[in-house]
Design a protein around this ligand. Structure first.
Ligand SMILES: [Zn+2]
Length: 393
């Protein structure tokens, strides 16, 4: 059995709660080493105590962090909406309606075209340090196109989410469409999905429709997550808390009652600051949420309309600069909390037994992720113990 020891780690971010007393929120360990055995982490500790291994890799004093866990993306689509982006940047507002443009392009694409497009985006994410990604459907909006979107996504991740309830497609009524989503579409999608999601927003689905769709998904064995309170105040966040969903995403327009519900439910608030950046909307109040005791995750929301970035490092930089998160809070939110938002405890934390998903930064400290915005800092990536980016040596 081949084992690898990574030595010379100037700063190791473990996120291990057992290391918080000395290492703070990120469980930092200076002058550290990690031993990888097949797909798992076998040992973490001070470099001077590192056991021997078959292969040795010297990090050269640089920082190593857990791979990013991007818990919210929409990668199965065709075409782009750069013209819409340009129009928005020259004065037109963002609405949910642009989704229909992508639906037409996605329906017209072949399975092979969709697959190769997702492969390109997943590789782009991996190159920037993302080792776990959730991928939603939602640009098919027919029984056939939602099921095939999820089948395509399943080739790249176990964290697939059925988002048939993205918008009501042209040519049908909301009532008829909810019946389709909770009936034949759910039946066709469920074998390919772990999660069910709804875009609960003006112009998409209201709270009662979202509840009906989420409960139908739960009855089919899926777990729920929700897009809510992105563009307006509304009841979506409280619905997510009431139903005990793993995560509710966006949380840009929140009332005091919404924050209280999040704090007492344990549902994670996933913030997607790339969206506000790309749509010139106000940012969510991350500082207020964290200070109120709400668990906050960060994700990219990579999609062709409201935010076409795949960079978790950009999300961290925005969270620090625009949402007053500390660099440590932002990295923790992009790794351990992203994992929690997917109900995963085997990723996002570097501890023995967990997945060997690691990123070697070309920097002495994780702080550089926010301190050097826009600079590619990923020198190497191991995914399930395999070097997949760079040739760390
Ligand atoms: Zn989204």
């Amino acid at each position: 059995m081949t084992t690898t020891v990574i030595t010379g780690i100037g700063e190791l971010v473990t996120n291990d709660p057992a290391r918080r007393e000395q290492g703070g929120l990120l469980g930092l360990l200076p002058d550290a080493a990690v031993v990888v055995e097949r797909s798992r982490i076998a040992w973490v500790g001070p470099g001077a105590e590192a056991p021997d291994a078959d292969v040795r890799v010297d990090a050269g004093g640089r920082a190593v962090i857990p791979g990013f866990v991007d818990s919210h993306s929409h990668l199965v689509f065709a075409g782009d909406r750069s013209a819409e982006f340009e129009a928005r940047m020259t004065g037109e507002p963002y609405t949910a309606g642009g989704i229909r443009t992508t639906v037409a392009r996605t329906r017209a694409a072949t399975d092979e075209q969709l697959t190769s497009h997702v492969a390109r985006l997943v590789a782009e994410m991996r190159g920037q340090g993302t080792t776990t990604v959730e991928i939603k459907s939602g640009y098919g909006l027919s029984v056939h196109d939602e099921a095939r979107s999820l089948a395509v996504a399943r080739q790249f991740t176990d964290e697939t989410t059925f988002l048939g309830a993205h918008v009501v497609p042209d040519g049908t009524t909301p009532e008829d469409y909810v019946a389709l989503v909770t009936g034949p579409m759910l039946a066709a999608a469920a074998p390919h999905a772990r999660w069910i999601d709804v875009f609960c927003e003006d112009g998409a689905f209201d709270v009662d429709e979202a509840r009906a769709i989420l409960l139908a998904g739960t009855d089919s064995g899926l777990r729920g997550r929700l897009h809510a309170n992105q563009l307006t105040y509304g009841g979506g966040v409280q619905l997510a808390c009431e139903l005990g969903l793993a995560a509710v995403d966006h949380c840009t327009f929140l009332s005091g009652d919404d924050v209280s519900a999040l704090e007492s439910s344990g549902t994670i608030a996933t913030l997607l600051p790339g969206v506000e950046f790309s749509t010139r909307q106000p940012y969510p109040d991350a500082r207020g949420l964290i200070d109120a005791g709400v668990r906050v995750a960060l994700a990219s929301d990579c999609n062709p309309g409201s935010c076409f970035t795949s960079s978790m490092a950009l999300c961290i930089a925005l969270a620090v600069r625009e949402m007053r998160m500390s660099p440590a809070e932002a990295l923790h939110a992009a790794t351990a909390m992203g994992a929690a938002a997917l109900d995963r405890d085997d990723v996002g934390v570097l501890a023995p037994g967990n997945a060997a998903d690691l990123v070697l930064l070309d920097a002495p400290s994780y702080v550089h992720l926010a301190y050097r915005p826009g600079v590619p800092l990923v020198a190497g990536v191991w995914q399930a113990g395999r070097p997949v980016v760079g040739t760390p040596s």
